[in-house]
Design a protein around this ligand. Sequence first.
Ligand code: OXD
Ligand code: MN
Length: 613
Amino acid sequence: MADVEAALDAAGLKNQHVREYVRYWAELTGAANVEVVSAADDARLIAEALAAGEIEPAGEGLYYSRSYHKDTARSEERTIVATTKASDAGTYNNWRDANEMTELQKNNMRGASAGKTMYVIPYLMAQPGSPLERFAAGVELTDCRPVVLHMIRMARVGVEYINSLTDQNSFVRAVHVTGDLPNLGQGTPDDKRYFVTVADERTILHYGSSYGGNALLGKIAHGLRQAAYDGWASGEFLSEQFMLIGITDKATGRKYHICGGFPSASGKTNLAMMLAPDDLGDRYHVEFYGDDIAWLWVNESDGKLYAINPEFGVFGVAKDTNETTNPTALGSIEPGTGAIFTNIAYNPTTQEVWWEGRTPQPPADVTGWLDWMGAPIADRKEGDTSPWAHPNSRFTTTLSKVPNIASDFEDPKGVPIDAIIFGGRTRDREPLIRAITDIAEGVYDGLTLGAEATFAAEGVEGQLRYDPMSMRPFMSYPEADYAAHWLKIVGAASEKPLFAHVNWFQRGEGGRFLWPGYRDNLRPLLWLMQLKNGEVTGRQTPVGIIPTREELDLTGVDISDEDLNTLLTIDNARWRQEMGFRETHLTQFDGLPEEIWEAHRRVAAALDAEAGK
Ligand code: OXD
Ligand code: MN
């Protein structure tokens, strides 16, 4: 039996509610030891994890880890939001009864950490002093040391965050038990994994994984699911899977802030870490705040909508990260940054790492290279083209290591938001950018956000997989209430943000992309800020305001008139087809606010009028 009291005393953990919580779960899980950790323990824990073979060296101050091969991603169907109120059941939140799920998870976790150390990770998902700080404290318990190393990079970690709580009982209880990974029946009818957020009890119980958001509970379990629920229950804020950037116009000294949601594989991290294109770099400076989570609220003193990134690090997808797509991400994982790679290809002899898209071709000399499962590449059969790295392989690094991190990223005041953008990978119909000035139409646009499935292969040609506000996997309460909460929070701002929908992925013949993308994505965003300032007017269409070609600063961009024309045109017929799909999608959400339906009908009527119907 672990000597819990001695461990808590040694760490100076004084919060009695936390002590009681640790005691309870140490006993239930049967952990052999308890250890309270803080960020200052990182070097020691790294050394221990290296010695134990849990991580391996990947160059100076860089580390490599591999997860169990059936444990490489979030699992939406095993992820559950439980509460005590059946009325919290929504379309996407897999609602279940709180008591039932708590009992089930206790049974799964009982004795499941026997022989292991239970690490106690007190953390804060916000800048200390933030107006939302009281929703940000948590204590993760985990029986997996690499999870601690990731949490130290992704959240602020230390006992001070829970000893100093004004309400000592106001912290998220986040319990992670790995379980016997090879024997959990992943993906079979007998799957034993459950990832449960008991939202109205602010308790997270995850069992059966040691990977990413399944195991680092500060990130999406607390930072998104729990925080979204708290934001709604308190009526105070929104928590969204959004990136957050700043753009400074050096000519005027003005700084703008844009946040926004993008379904996976729609370029969110690349956009978040973007630099200005060379031709515009003298005038504009782009700063990074966050690539995955934003909490938004209205500051009563100036009536503006503000945002913070509550995280402390980046858990980025490695695939296709290179000098063109994301040079700042590469800068954030250079030697000495302390970055941890997961499930990429690794060469233990040279300590090099590689992933698909890092360079156009994999290393020519395959000697010593292992794929993400640890199998030697040299042993592959002729014609084996399976990827070296897992497509969902990751790098974990702290925000401060990102070369263009905003100078004020730790400011608890947050930053005022000028625009909220949405963008899903879409091969036609969606123009480069369309601005939306009406709040209900902006929220409606977010609710109908989607990205193409692998086209023809899945579902109806041209039909999106909808991912409202890019929150589908993190919805924690009913979508109709979510829409109403959005209207309430953003509607309360006296200075309203603009909304916009962007699309970098329109294709031409042979599947080629019409827009160069990456750093050039700044150009439509600059137009958006000019529109906000009244410096340009754009062209009104049924689905929003689109830039005229003269208004876009295209200095140095090689693009044909024809492609530009397609990028800035509305395909009325495809849009009217889309309106039918949207209607079916929105009908799933019982009790959606009338303002959202009115927005839908306004857009549909404008499209019909344009078509002369
Ligand atoms: C996610 C992540 O799962 O950001 O969305 O890790
Ligand atoms: Mn994410």
